[in-house]
Design a protein around this ligand. Structure first.
Ligand SMILES: *Cc1c(COP(=O)(O)O)cnc(C)c1O
Length: 375
């Protein structure tokens, strides 16, 4: 028997979260962002749940090929555009739409031989300072693109740095609106946080939203709001089982570095999940975890293949050690337990000083993953 650890991808939850995005922006077309192997879920595993989107957005050309291979004939957008000239051949062949964020990409297009002009998204750097043309250079980039026979329709995009926080999007909206004003074409501005928090505001044109984390049931603005607030459902469960039980006495310590010492008798379970499975090593004593669907906490340090969990709340709730809880008990690291209890990946991420995005993306290859297929 393999180790009892398993990840489950919830098709119905993906479908539900897409519906939530549609409710938030009823008039927008929705890019389901499936970069980074669908935020660690697996592109093939999320496809059924997300195929109701208007298009798929990603970065990696091999991932675009996988989406086409699944039979998707609709739009696919390369969010960073092409990296070298021959990537344009694949765009022509597979009908990929692509961002254009720098002069070098326009040069490549100008030199590209194709029968089929490309649909492109011209990217503005409106303040994030990663990719895109500055507002000052935006119109000349557009004019250059617009003159190329290799280019079909031009759309306009930018990306917000603070849609999830107090600074908001107004400063970037102002830069974008001024420079892109009356340029003809569709706009794609909002990521998940902007879609939920700002897309309804006046002046935020959302022809296409780019919804990533919200599709995977994580609140883009946690802890200000949680997944329940936005009525999102977790799309990934990471679960394992108890391998061993230890009975500690006052003064006994647990795990590497003896980071946790019991101050009285304590029963702990040893669960088959560690940082080599993608569970963050930065989680420490106190990180929430479910055992048999009951909320408890980690004790001691996360090791490569194991974590140790406090069984006190289970015993206190009346479960009998050895019969109701013990070897083989279900341990839910995040997602939903068999009894229906939920543990949000955002809470676990917070305990590790990071965000749900990173935990999903870090799910390790060695974790067997199944799709819970009901829609
Ligand atoms: C990843 C990405 C998104 C999605 O961001 P979320 O916060 O996950 O919604 C949107 N736009 C671009 C350009 C991205 O790279």
């Amino acid at each position: 028997m393999p180790r009892p650890i398993q990840a489950t991808i919830h098709t119905a939850a993906l479908h539900h979260n897409l519906t939530r995005v549609r409710q938030a922006v009823p008039d927008a077309k929705v890019w389901a962002v499936v970069k980074a192997n669908a935020y660690g879920h697996g592109i093939e595993r999320v496809f059924k749940g997300l195929r109701g989107a208007d298009g798929f957005a990603l970065l990696d050309l091999a991932e675009a090929e996988r989406v086409r291979h699944l039979g998707w004939r609709g739009p696919i957008l390369l969010l960073e555009g092409v990296f070298e000239p021959r990537d344009l051949e694949l765009c022509s062949r597979l009908g990929l739409w692509h961002a254009v964020h720098c002069d070098e990409q326009i040069d490549m297009l100008a030199a590209h031989k194709t029968q089929v002009p490309h649909r492109v998204f011209l990217k503005m750097n409106s303040g994030m300072n990663r990719l895109g043309f500055t507002p000052q250079r935006y119109r000349s980039a557009w004019a250059r693109l617009n003159a190329l026979p290799q280019v079909d329709e031009i759309s306009f995009m930018t990306h917000f740095s603070d849609a999830d926080g107090p600074r908001g999007i107004a400063h970037q909206m102002a830069a974008f609106s001024t420079a892109a004003e009356d340029l003809p074409g569709e706009r794609s501005l909002c990521n998940s946080a902007a879609t939920l928090r700002h897309a309804a505001a006046a002046g935020v044109r959302a022809d296409w939203v780019r919804a990533g984390i919200v599709m995977y049931g994580s609140a883009p603005d946690f802890p200000e709001n949680n997944a329940d607030h936005w009525a999102l459902q977790p799309t990934m469960t990471l679960a394992t089982r108890v391998l061993a039980v230890q009975h500690l006495q006052a003064g006994d310590s647990v795990g590497y570095g003896s980071r946790f010492t019991a101050d009285g008798p304590l029963t702990i379970g040893v669960a088959a999940c560690g940082y080599a499975d993608g569970y963050p090593r930065h989680c420490d004593t106190g990180t929430p975890v479910l055992v048999n669907g009951v909320r408890t906490r980690l004790v001691g340090r996360v090791s490569m293949d194991m974590v140790t969990v406090d069984l006190t709340p289970l015993i206190a709730s009346g479960m009998q050690l050895g019969t109701d809880v013990g070897f083989g008990s279900e341990v839910t690291l995040w997602g939903r337990a068999s009894n229906g209890s939920m543990l949000s990946i955002d809470e676990v991420a917070q305990a590790a000083g990071t965000v749900g995005y990173e935990l999903m993306c870090a799910l390790a290859q060695r974790v067997p993953t199944v799709v819970d297929g009901a829609v």
